[in-house]
Design a protein around this ligand. Sequence first.
Ligand SMILES: [Mg+2]
Length: 265
Amino acid sequence: MDFNKISSPFDCLLFDLDDTLYPSGLGIAQACKRNIEEFLVRKFGVGEERATFLRAEYFRSYGSTLAGLLALGHDVHPDEYHSFVHGRLPYENIRPDPKLRQLLLSTPQTKIMFTNSDRKHAKKVLEKLGIEEEIFECIICFETLNPHLFKTNNSSTEVILKPSLSAVEVAIRLAGSDPHHTLFLDDSERNIAAGKALGLRTVLVGKRVKTNEADYLVDGMFNLKAMIPEIWGQKKKNANANEEHDSIVMRIELDSIRPTTTIEA
Ligand SMILES: [Mg+2]
């Protein structure tokens, strides 16, 4: 009998895409920011400095630049925005990752992608990573979260994206699994906090400091198995060693605070 084998506490894995399934150092996010600013310069004729300010301001106040533009009544179609912002990203920096593919295939859970990006970008990144879209049960993306923005007689300009609770609710509903048995992996502390607020189990990816809302912290997908073997129904390799060490430390500490008895007593 394998005493290291446990049943996995997770039925479903919910993966963010950008800076989660590939490392943050590839320059994609930086290029995306530059493209957003250039979009503001070209479309609205603002100066470069103003564009940088607006991008940051819209992100802070509305969650994204597109959300800010639509909320303020600007006539921008999501497809126009995404094709400009994602159209010239350095996708060539994303290299095939057969180890990640194998890792994903080895997980017994249903896998769902949950990204704020549009579907075209998600497909392009998966293609560059060499990962079949079919590995994921479904891709929850900008279009899934915002079907109203693609209707001709639409009156709502609200953009639903992580970290809004509405976005996480959509993901939980589509995943169809108990949030307490769903593991949500994302590189954004804000997204992780939103997931935790709705009962998801959470993994903060690629950061050095674990936040209160993160149940786990991993450097990247490459050390997922070492850090969260529970996904595969396994115990942490050094868990027993740690428990033994902790009990020795506790015994020593207890011994040190026990009153000593004198020989004469
Ligand atoms: Mg991300």
